[in-house]
Design a protein around this ligand. Structure first.
Ligand code: AMP
Length: 137
């Protein structure tokens, strides 16, 4: 049994604005509402993060995240959706129970910003390619 906040939500010990539940997955409103309609999708069983989640369960979570993204576009007037999952503290993970953020986007200054800078200069891309590729098999 785990003591993280999402396990407590699954067990009904903490309330949430529930959107969807089945055998594997729970979806509910993120309490911070980074943008209006910000949703979290989690596995009901405890896994620390996306990387630690068995494929079957991960697929169930992503299926629902996709469906919620579609609904946010169709019904909430969102113009776009960011779907992301933080893995480990270094990547901004604060709750150590796998969760996918589904963040509807309305305009650039709507409360969420993702910055991606071009830092490729000076990197040995063939060496990086080889390092990753050779370990995929
Ligand atoms: P992360 O930083 O990716 O680990 O995201 C954790 C998210 O969990 C944050 O966006 C929080 O707002 C959200 N959160 C924490 N506690 C609750 C709660 N009780 N109900 C809903 N969302 C929560």
């Amino acid at each position: 049994m785990h003591d993280d906040v999402f396990c407590k939500i699954v067990r009904g010990e903490i309330p949430c604005y529930k959107l969807f539940e089945d055998e594997y997955v729970l979806a509910f409103l993120d309490i911070s509402q980074v943008t209006k309609g910000h949703v979290l999708v989690i596995p009901k069983d405890h896994y620390d993060n996306f990387l630690a989640t068995p494929q079957k369960v991960m697929h169930k979570v992503m299926d629902i995240a996709q469906r919620i993204g579609q609904v946010l576009i169709q019904m909430m007037g969102a113009k776009g959706v960011n779907i992301l999952t933080n893995n480990f503290e270094a990547a901004g993970q604060t709750v150590m129970h796998f969760h996918v953020h589904v963040i509807p986007r309305y305009k650039e200054s709507d409360g969420f910003r993702l910055e991606m800078h071009d830092n490729h200069e000076g990197l040995n891309l063939p060496a990086i390619q080889e390092m990753i590729k050779s370990n995929l098999e």
